[in-house]
Design a protein around this ligand. Structure first.
Ligand code: FES
Length: 378
């Protein structure tokens, strides 16, 4: 029996009985311009995304040698791959000849990564192993792809997007490592069908993932039917947040019982700052959402993957695909359709502000964290 889950269930039950969620001390105002200002956006990219350790992959996505994921984050094309030597490394997905990506796929498995332009090729450890017409280049002064500082912690891969940056993933997690370890992330199997969803400013998307208040309203006909709205627990680990959602409990529920099946009584979201949401995970399924800031402040992309405790074969393929489509619909048609309206409202808001209540502490924490990292206060 997990002490952590047992305590969370008890706290959620108390919140249900008390009729309120964990709360912040005060409501908080955030200027509408914080979501649209190009200067702030540039500083968020430079000071947060390019300097902080980012959870760039799960070990579950890279189970075997040659397994890789590749996507663009904050203007950096990333390639994370498990090498033939078993080591997971993060690289810039940039050919050292003249710069194209060495793979266009989002995920897969490969023995070689070959640039489409002139066919320079790299092995799974990033080494340059093939150069057509090599004798015409003289002494080539690069040996392979540009590697990023990276480390595996609690079944997840963290990297700093600056090749010269420093990485202390354990310190960055500020105690969330134990909670993530309870999810046994490295025991999952990925459903390797990505979902890309056009989204507005990345903080508007993040606000949705951190908001336990909207579930029973915006999602009342879909995922909101299972949870009790606005009775959440919130736990903070440095910049990161764990949110507990109370499932609809039976009146005779006993949190001290030895045979609790936790996935029936609560669901969890681990938001790993700045841009990864892990939804579920203590049971049999996990949904990972990566928020990828776009080229301009008003755009981002949400990239989702589903994970299961068993390989996705046979009838599991249909199960996984149906769930993928459900979450695509929920995020695109409910969350993003709504927050795009917020994005469109920003010019009309002028220098006015939005309000986060005491019942929205994770959102308050996000905006305080960002303000602090940009050298200001919220
Ligand atoms: Fe990649 Fe020439 S640019 S091989």
């Amino acid at each position: 029996m997990s002490t952590m889950l047992n305590e969370l269930v008890a706290r959620l039950q108390r919140n249900v009985v008390d009729g309120q969620p964990d709360r912040d001390e005060q409501p908080m105002r955030v200027p509408a311009s914080a979501y649209a200002d190009p200067d702030q956006y540039r500083r968020e990219i430079d000071r947060i995304f390019l300097k902080s350790p980012v959870m760039v992959a799960l070990v579950a996505e890279l189970r075997d040698a040659g397994d890789y994921v590749a996507y663009d984050l904050a203007g950096r094309p990333l390639l994370i791959v498990r090498g033939d030597d078993g080591v997971i490394r993060a690289f810039l997905n940039i050919c050292r000849h003249r710069g194209p990506k060495v793979t266009d796929a989002v995920c897969g498995s490969a023995r070689r990564f070959t640039c489409p332009y002139h066919s320079w090729s790299y092995d799974t450890t990033g080494n340059l192993v093939g150069v057509p017409g090599r004798e015409t280049f003289g002494e080539i002064d690069v040996t392979g792809l540009i590697e990023l500082p990276s480390a595996v912690v609690a079944g997840a891969v963290f990297a700093v997007l600056d090749p010269d940056g420093d990485l202390d993933a354990g310190g960055w997690l500020a105690g969330m490592e134990d909670s993530l370890s309870e999810l046994r992330l490295n025991e999952y199997y990925p459903y390797r069908v990505p979902t890309f969803i056009d989204s507005p400013n990345w903080k508007l998307a993040a606000d949705g993932y951190l908001d336990g208040y909207h579930i029973g309203y915006l999602h009342r006909n879909t995922i909101g039917t299972r949870s009790i709205t606005n009775r959440n627990t919130y736990d903070f680990f440095g910049p990161h947040v764990r949110i507990g959602f109370a499932s609809k409990l039976t009146p005779d529920f006993d949190p001290a019982a030895a045979d609790i099946d936790y996935k029936d009584y609560l669901s969890l979201v681990h938001y790993v700052f700045p841009n990864v949401s892990l939804s579920g995970g203590h049971g049999d399924t996990l949904m990972m959402s990566r928020l990828l800031p776009g080229p301009t402040p008003d755009r981002s992309t949400t990239l989702q993957f589903q994970f299961y405790r068993e390989p996705i074969v046979d009838e599991m393929v249909d199960v996984a695909e149906q769930k993928r489509q459900l979450y695509e619909q929920v995020v695109a048609d409910e969350d993003c359709a709504t927050i795009f309206q917020v994005g469109e409202a920003l010019p009309a808001m002028g220098d006015r502000h939005f309000i986060f209540g005491r019942n929205e502490p994770a959102n308050q924490h996000l905006h305080r964290t960002i303000a602090s990292m940009l050298g200001g206060s919220a």
